[in-house]
Design a protein around this ligand. Structure first.
Ligand SMILES: Nc1ncnc2c1ncn2[C@@H]1O[C@H](COP(=O)(O)OP(=O)(O)OP(=O)(O)O)[C@@H](O)[C@H]1O
Length: 363
């Protein structure tokens, strides 16, 4: 089993710093996802692990062995990318067999392994077909079978679901997890879709502008976002931020004021030494209430109501900017009217407005 180490990786393209001195490890059997906005360096990081790019600085190690200079074909990796690159003129049998043929694996062994991989993907009845006759989901299954046929030491996947429709996305997502669990090697998965990251991963690496903002378990990055960037990126719809004056900040509780109202709540301190007199209060749309019954903090005008399943996404405008709230679909509020905004004091975050780092969260 393989343990992957990315050590002080930097990649430059001319003057552009695509990846800026990042380090992380992927444990044996771990499913690790790199998330972040477009252009933050996810793909470049994955391509360096794969050997498709040479790092400008730093090292990639598999089980302690430096593979930074080892060519991609000698790393024995299962790779899956957004576009499904099946060979149209080859049958599925030939497509899945191809990586073994390149490695001169004897024919009998090839047949055996293709059969096993196809059975694993429930595609063994279709091996004589050509890719053109398959649906997008079936093609992605073949691509997955082709990745596992060579007994890979790790899975590297870059947005493999982005071309699939919503239903197929869920189906192939489950297949990927099933195959990963079955093979038991580490997986590094790249996506800009935080929801995909949250459902599939053991741990998440949140990248921004070539840097790592946070590495942690799925619950950890959601409940203890290191800074406002992570708080905004993880969670859908995104967290709201309101600048508040800080009335008091103890080790166990905080008092903040906004728009003339005060909210006091028990906290868990995450950072000491904050001395400012204003904070950014973070609250997720799920914890904003417009019914007028909760702990009212702000008021504003409801500018938009959008249906989201059995909930509505409300957008509220006020002097603090724009806030969003997820409210029950049958809520008695109307677009264009004034509303009172309440927050759940057990789900609040305080950030340093300058460094944007997390100071405390509700306890
Ligand atoms: N071959 C290349 N030559 C020059 N610049 C590149 C090259 N590959 C990537 N870049 C640049 O490096 C930065 C990081 O790109 P990268 O593809 O790693 O980001 P990403 O997070 O995967 O984005 P996306 O989600 O859009 O694929 C971007 O500014 C990109 O334009």
């Amino acid at each position: 089993m393989t343990h992957i180490e990315v050590d002080s990786l930097t990649k430059r393209y001319g003057d552009l710093l695509a990846v800026n001195n990042i380090s992380f490890e992927v444990a044996e059997e771990e499913f690790l996802t790199i998330v972040g906005p477009s252009g933050c360096g996810k793909t470049t990081t994955l391509r360096c692990i794969a050997g498709l790019e040479t790092p400008s600085e730093g090292h990639i190690r598999f089980n302690g062995e430096d593979v930074t200079e080892v060519p991609v074909n000698d790393r024995n990796l299962a790779m899956m990318f957004q576009s499904i690159a099946l060979y149209p003129h080859m049958t599925l049998q030939e497509n899945i067999e191809y990586p073994l043929k390149v490695k001169d694996v004897p024919k009998a062994e090839r047949r055996k392994r293709v059969k096993e991989a196809a059975e694993l993907m429930q595609m063994d009845e279709e091996l004589d077909k050509y890719p053109g006759n398959l649906s997008g989901g079936q093609q992605q299954r073949v691509a997955l079978a082709r990745t596992v046929v060579g007994d890979p030491v790790a899975f590297l996947m870059d947005e493999p679901l982005s071309d699939l429709d919503a239903k197929l996305k869920i189906e192939i997502r489950k297949e990927i997890q099933r195959i990963h669990a079955r093979i038991g090697e580490p997986a590094v998965y790249v996506t800009h879709d935080q929801e995909e990251a949250m459902t599939m991963s053991d741990r998440i690496v949140v990248m921004n502008d070539g840097n790592i903002e946070q590495i942690g378990g799925v619950d950890e990055v959601y409940q203890y976002p290191a800074n406002m960037f992570v708080a905004e990126f993880i969670g859908n719809p995104s967290m709201n931020f309101v600048r508040c004056s800080l009335e008091s900040l103890g080790t166990d509780d905080a008092r903040v004021a906004a728009d003339g109202s005060i909210v006091e709540f028990p906290i868990e301190r995450r950072a000491d030494g904050f001395t400012g007199d204003s904070v950014m209060l973070g609250v997720r749309p799920d914890n904003v209430d417009l019914s007028g019954t909760g702990h009212s903090l702000l008021s504003g005008r409801l500018s938009l109501l959008e249906a989201l399943g059995n909930q509505s996404l409300a957008t509220i405008d006020g002097p603090y900017g724009e806030l969003s709230a997820l409210i029950p679909r049958d809520s008695d509020v109307e677009e264009g009217t004034d509303v009172t905004i309440s927050v759940d004091p057990s789900e609040l975050y305080l950030f340093d407005p300058d460094s944007e780092n997390l100071i405390a969260r509700s306890r």
